[in-house]
Design a protein. Structure first.
Length: 200
């Protein structure tokens, strides 16, 4: 009786194996499109495209605020554009002094599932405006002329060279990063996918 049952199962097993083989043959080539593999060459495909970001972090006696876009390209290059604002509280008057810069930079990037590294190679950040206690003033009226402000910002950014970010969450239209600040603190950057270049 057992031999009879085994003999009856053989044709079913042969059919099942044939069906599995045919399914793998059909579905196999489609798998990369169904679930994109994470490339070993440092390009995380989930990050490709343009992202809108807005964040700030503390800096000497004030804080730095950035609003703009970053675009990640498949050739490991990236472009960052937006408005950079450096705010400080003047020690004697206690008034807020804000210098604004039109930021335009490019560099290189690489990422795994857990970590993103961005290295700036070129930065242009001309001074676009200065306010004191919320009132627009001419840069020539301050202690910080446009030429030195521009040079300090650009050199400072390029000296920083590369920045590492922990990827906390990546979805189709949202990317959340965490990185270390200047004072051993951490801050979070939340990005939204966009198709429009940031307009200053």
């Amino acid at each position: 009786m057992r031999a009879f049952r085994l003999a009856m199962m053989v044709p079913f097993l042969a059919i099942a194996i044939t069906v599995i083989e045919k399914t793998i043959t059909i579905i196999g080539p489609l798998l990369p499109y169904i679930a994109s593999p994470k490339s070993a060459d440092g390009v995380n495909p989930a990050l490709l495209g343009m992202w809108y970001e807005e964040f700030q972090f503390p800096d000497r006696g004030g804080h730095v605020h950035f609003e703009g876009t970053i675009e990640f390209f498949a050739n490991k290059s990236c472009r960052i554009t937006g408005l950079l604002k450096c705010s400080v509280t003047l020690p004697i008057s206690g008034l807020a002094h804000v210098s604004s810069y039109n930021f335009d930079g490019n560099g290189e990037w690489q990422a795994t599932d857990e970590e993103l590294v961005i290295k700036l190679l070129n930065v242009k950040a001309p001074l676009s405006g200065v306010t004191l206690a919320g009132i627009a003033i001419s840069p020539s009226e301050t202690k910080y002329p446009p030429s030195s402000d521009k040079t300090d910002v650009e050199q400072g950014l390029l000296l920083a060279q590369s920045q590492r970010y922990d990827i906390r969450r990546v979805e189709k239209n949202e990317l959340v990063l965490e990185t270390n600040g200047l004072y051993a603190d951490t801050f979070t950057i939340s990005m939204k996918r966009t198709k429009k270049m940031y307009m200053r």
